[in-house]
Design a protein around this ligand. Structure first.
Ligand SMILES: [Mn+2]
Length: 498
């Protein structure tokens, strides 16, 4: 949590930007996973609520009445049963004091506040809800059906929150650096323990444990898969195979809910093959290129296409692509290799403010994405960079068998792709390298004091340093997994993507 002054001044700026009406910011509630008193999904406070009201308890709502210059933290104090089972927490009054809010009220009063405002035809601002219980709450309070709530959400509030949360302050950057340290430990743990014979699930479980040990939770469900060509490939019980690559995309949230998001792709046996290296070096070049281009005033969509250009040119050199690069990019041919955008905003949400709609977060009038074109329609960030923005830089090259087959059959972009050569890469998988870029006054830098190894020689060296891995395998791992080993060929299995 930051100092009281941080929250006081953030709300003051929000009031100025939204100008009039009543702002209601809903905090999140507990979510039971399988039965009411057992198996809560980890509690995660709403990020915008955290940004303005700072408190991590469930069952809170922040109300900012701009016209009457009145701020209220709404919530019920916990009762003796809660204290018996979970221990004591601060009262709602104390929590309000900690973030400089003058008034508190019990939850039942929220309905009266809304009724009064509706009666006098005042504007009630709320953000697009993404959880079902909050949608029901809004329906009860305002009579707006859940299907209509996204459209009824306040554009003025969305724009104000996006404006403020997009630019990270010094104290937020400290938090992001801390999250990056957790991410560093997650990734180096994966690299240290990965070896043939372990399962994807085992390594990802260890990686998640690092996040839980040093922070609050993972930034998003960890991707750890030999099927790197599946964008969000969830870890399976498949055994890691000698000679293949594994893609690890994960990050940790620190205790103040700032995220990290990095991806590494590395050889399971510690040594790249020449074919893997040929593709890897292209991704490495595209990844590093952003460092020289991204700075205030530059459109991130241009950084994206600079990476696409590098990838397409190198694919031509490898014989997988052909033709004029400009024409190929205009036709979207590069998207067979890179079907997603170069990156997204990152902060308290891993896809920062995604709940407010990407079109407001990542774009503006001059950078509307071409929603008709495959690949380009997946961009999450295109607008001009400003000092204090944090964006991910995550190019990748993927060989997606179903996509290659589909384009081949339809002769889509056939002037720019050598489908016969691509056939031979259908067993390759995919490579992504991702780091988090802070836009500085006149350029950019990666967040995180120590770089997770990604240059091939560093990756291979870190493998060498990891020591004798087989003794570890024979002792703990075999004991733990006796009887539940997966015997299926991972290449034949169906893997669901998230
Ligand atoms: Mn990312």
């Amino acid at each position: 949590m930051f100092s009281k002054e941080t929250y006081v001044s953030r709300r003051a700026e929000l009031r100025q930007l939204v100008k009039n009406g009543i702002i209601i910011l809903f905090g999140n509630n507990e979510s039971p996973a399988n039965c009411p008193a057992n198996g809560y999904y980890p509690f995660r406070q709403d990020s915008s609520f955290l940004y303005y009201f700072g408190q991590q308890r469930d069952g809170l709502v922040g109300v900012i009445d701009i016209d009457e210059n009145r701020e209220t933290l709404i919530g019920d104090d916990i009762d003796i049963d809660d204290i018996v089972w979970f221990g004591s927490v601060d009262s709602v009054h104390d929590m309000a004091m900690q973030v400089g809010v003058a008034n508190t009220a019990p939850m039942k009063q929220l309905k009266a506040i809304c009724d009064n405002a509706l009666r006098s035809h005042r504007k009630i601002h709320f953000l697009p809800p993404y959880r079902s219980d909050i949608k029901i709450q809004i329906f009860d309070l305002l009579g707006i059906h859940p299907n209509q709530q996204k459209a009824a959400a306040s554009l003025d509030l969305i724009h104000a929150v996006v404006k403020m949360r997009s630019t990270k302050t010094e104290e937020e950057i400290v938090e992001l650096e801390h999250a990056a340290t957790i991410g560093y430990r997650m990734h180096t743990t994966a690299m240290r323990i990965t070896r043939p014979g372990l399962t994807e699930k085992y390594v990802s479980g260890q990686v998640d444990g690092v996040a839980h040990s040093f922070g609050s939770m993972v930034s998003f469900p960890t991707i750890f898969t030999q099927h790197g060509e599946i964008m969000h490939g969830i870890p399976s019980m498949a055994e890691l195979e000698d000679g293949r690559l594994v893609l690890c995309d994960c990050g940790g949230e620190n205790m103040n809910h700032y995220c990290s998001d990095n991806t590494r792709t590395f050889p399971i046996n510690g040594k790249f093959t020449q074919r893997q290296l040929d593709i890897y070096k292209v991704v490495e070049e595209a990844h590093d290129a952003a460092l020289g281009i991204a700075k205030p005033g530059v459109k991130y969509v241009d950084v994206h296409f600079a990476a696409c250009r590098i990838i397409f040119d190198r694919m031509k050199e490898l014989g997988l692509a052909k033709g004029d690069t400009d024409a190929a990019l205009a036709a979207g041919a590069h998207a067979i290799f890179l079907p997603h955008g170069l990156g997204h905003m990152m902060g308290m949400d891993v896809h920062d403010m995604e709940a407010l709609d990407q079109i407001y977060v990542g774009f503006d009038e001059e950078t509307r994405p071409n929603l008709e074109q495959f690949g380009t329609n997946s961009l999450r960030m295109g607008r001009r960079l400003q000092e204090g923005f944090v964006v991910t830089d995550e190019p990748g090259i993927y060989f997606i068998p179903a996509l290659i087959d589909e384009w081949h059959a339809k002769k889509h972009c056939a002037d720019f792709l050598n489908f016969d050569k691509l056939e031979a890469y259908k067993d390759f998988g995919g490579i992504r390298i991702e780091d988090d870029l802070l836009i500085t006054k006149d350029g950019c830098r990666f967040i995180g004091e120590e770089r997770i190894p990604y240059h091939p020689k560093d990756v291979e060296a870190s493998w060498q340093q990891a020591g004798n891995k087989s003794s570890y395998q024979s002792s703990i791992y075999n004991y733990l997994l006796r009887g539940i080993r997966c015997r299926r060929d991972p290449r034949k299995r169906q893997q669901k993507s998230l």
